[in-house]
Structures are given as structure tokens and as C-alpha cells.
Design a protein around this ligand. Structure first.
Ligand code: SF4
Length: 288
């Protein structure tokens, strides 16, 4: 139990908040518990991902035709993707992301006529074992012939580093499968990880057992988070699990790309090389 337990039990949990509570408790504390609230740091990867999601949303909602995506990409990219890309010694990230997005827009055909759209950016709310949860499904479609549902998630990754990484991302969609069943009474038949920068769909069958197992995993993570007492002295997974001393953990944190470039509270976290030390408040002059 901690001073935050009640607040945590009453909050609305998403997949990403539960994952953050597990992966970097201190980041969770800074982003979601600390008072007064801190302004979050932006990053260009999130800006790029959100923009692509926004354009895809226009297409799948029928507001824009698939073939218009290319024109929009060419005319609006520069004004929409404005944050600085970090340096990478192996690849020019700015060029690579732009070109991958361009190739995707050029070949994009939209949804096959065999499918109908059930929802886009679909909000799914539920209460599970007393915990309030929320999820947003990028795209939910139905096969017109078979009636099978597919949960689609657009990702700005180009490929998965391993099968384990793919499995980790798929678990979130299986959890959404549970929420779909709660709301609509149907178990989705497939999950589709749409890695648009690589123009590749990773589609796998999805069963009721998969969805229930993902829900159990999620609820366990939430329960653990609610009971934790160590919000302030646990940092990223790397630092927490692999290093004994605070010095080593700090070193690992500073070398971590996520901590340096992506984490949305990095400028407030001493573990990150993006940390900005707060200015000391001026000492008030002694009276008299
Ligand atoms: S910078 Fe790293 S260690 Fe710090 S809060 Fe973010 S993820 Fe956690």
C-alpha cells in the first residue's frame, strides 16, 4: 500500500498506462501521479505516428479517398512533422521515415471490398474486476462473407526485432479483443499488426482464450501497480533489472535511447541525459 493506492484503484487504466507502471514506475509517477502536473515532452516519432494515424483515420472513416493520401502526404508532411529527428550513426532517420511513409502512401489502396468498417479509433470502455479500463482500437473491420472480425493496429515500426516483440504488441490487441466481446458479444477472429512503414500486415488468428489470457495479464499488471510502494526509486526496466548500484542504473538510463529521446517525462528525470535541472528558487532575504 502507498499513499497513491486509492488514487490508482480509482483511475481509468489503459494498456499503455499499465505497461508504463510496470516498465518504469518512476516515469509513471512523473507522468500520472506527481502534483503539480508536469508538462510532457514531445518527440518526433510520436508526432509522425499520430499524423499517419490521423490520415488513415480520414480514409477509413470515408472522409478521404485512399488515392488522396499521397497528395496529402506530399503537401502537408513538412508542416506537420516539425520536431527534430535525433542523430543515428547508421541511418538518416528523417530521410528514412519520410521515404517509408511516401512509399506507403504511394501504394496505399485502402480497405479491400471484402471487408466493412465497424469502427475507427473506436473507444472501448469497461469495468473489469472493479477496475475501470479504456482502449482505443485503430480499426475494427468485418469480413462481409464470413462475418469474422479483425482488430487492426497501425504501427510506425518497419519490422519487429523478434517474434517475442511481435507477441508483446499482439497481446494488446488480444486485450482489445476481450473489450470487443464485452461490448459487442463477438470474439474477433484475427489480430492485424499493420506495420505501415514496412508495408506489411502481421495477421494472426485470435481465440477467446487468447483474449481472456491478455485480459488476465492486464488486470494482474494493474493490481501490482495499485499495490506498489516504490514509485520513486524504480526506473526503466534496464536500470531496474540489470544493475545493482544506483550509479550503474544511472549510466544505463543515460545510454538508453528511449530515456534520451522518447520518454515523455525525460526532461524531468535525472536518469535521462535530456534531464533539465530545475532552477533553484531564490532564497528569500532574511527579514530584518
Ligand atoms: S527517462 Fe527513462 S528512467 Fe526516466 S522516467 Fe523516462 S523511461 Fe523512466
Amino acid at each position: 500500500m502507498s499513499e497513491f493506492t486509492e488514487k490508482l484503484k480509482n483511475r481509468v487504466w489503459s494498456w499503455s498506462s499499465a505497461a508504463q507502471a510496470h516498465e518504469c514506475p518512476y516515469g509513471f509517477y512523473l507522468q500520472r501521479l506527481a502534483e503539480p502536473r508536469i508538462k510532457q515532452d514531445e518527440n518526433v516519432f510520436a508526432q509522425y505516428g499520430s499524423q499517419m494515424h490521423e490520415w488513415l483515420e480520414l480514409v477509413f472513416k470515408g472522409i478521404m479517398q485512399p488515392e488522396e493520401l499521397l497528395e496529402l502526404y506530399l503537401t502537408d508532411y513538412e508542416s506537420k512533422i516539425t520536431l527534430k529527428w535525433p542523430f543515428n550513426r547508421y541511418v538518416d532517420l528523417e530521410k528514412s521515415y519520410y521515404e517509408d511513409g511516401l512509399a506507403f502512401a504511394r501504394h496505399f489502396k485502402g480497405l479491400s471490398p471484402n471487408y466493412e468498417v465497424i469502427g475507427v479509433e473506436l473507444e472501448m470502455k469497461a469495468e473489469i474486476e472493479g477496475y475501470k479500463v479504456i482502449g482505443y482500437i485503430d480499426l475494427l473491420v468485418k469480413n462481409k462473407k464470413t462475418g469474422e472480425y479483425i482488430i487492426v493496429d497501425h504501427k510506425s515500426k518497419k519490422k519487429f526485432a523478434s517474434k517475442a516483440e511481435e507477441k508483446k504488441y499482439r497481446k494488446q490487441l488480444e486485450f482489445y479483443g476481450y473489450l470487443v466481446h464485452e461490448k459487442m458479444g463477438v470474439w474477433p477472429a484475427y489480430t492485424d499488426l499493420d506495420l505501415f512503414r514496412g508495408q506489411k500486415h502481421y495477421i494472426e488468428p485470435c481465440t477467446a482464450e487468447d483474449c481472456i489470457a491478455a485480459k488476465d495479464y492486464f488486470i494482474e499488471s494493474v493490481k501490482t501497480a495499485c499495490e506498489t510502494e516504490e514509485w520513486l526509486d524504480k526506473h526503466s526496466i534496464k536500470a531496474r533489472e540489470n544493475f545493482k548500484s544506483a550509479k550503474d542504473a544511472k549510466k544505463a538510463g543515460k545510454a538508453d535511447f528511449f530515456c534520451t529521446e522518447i520518454c515523455s517525462v525525460r526532461s524531468h528525470c535525472p536518469m535521462s541525459s535530456a534531464y533539465v535541472k530545475p532552477k533553484k528558487e531564490k532564497k528569500s532575504k532574511k527579514a530584518g
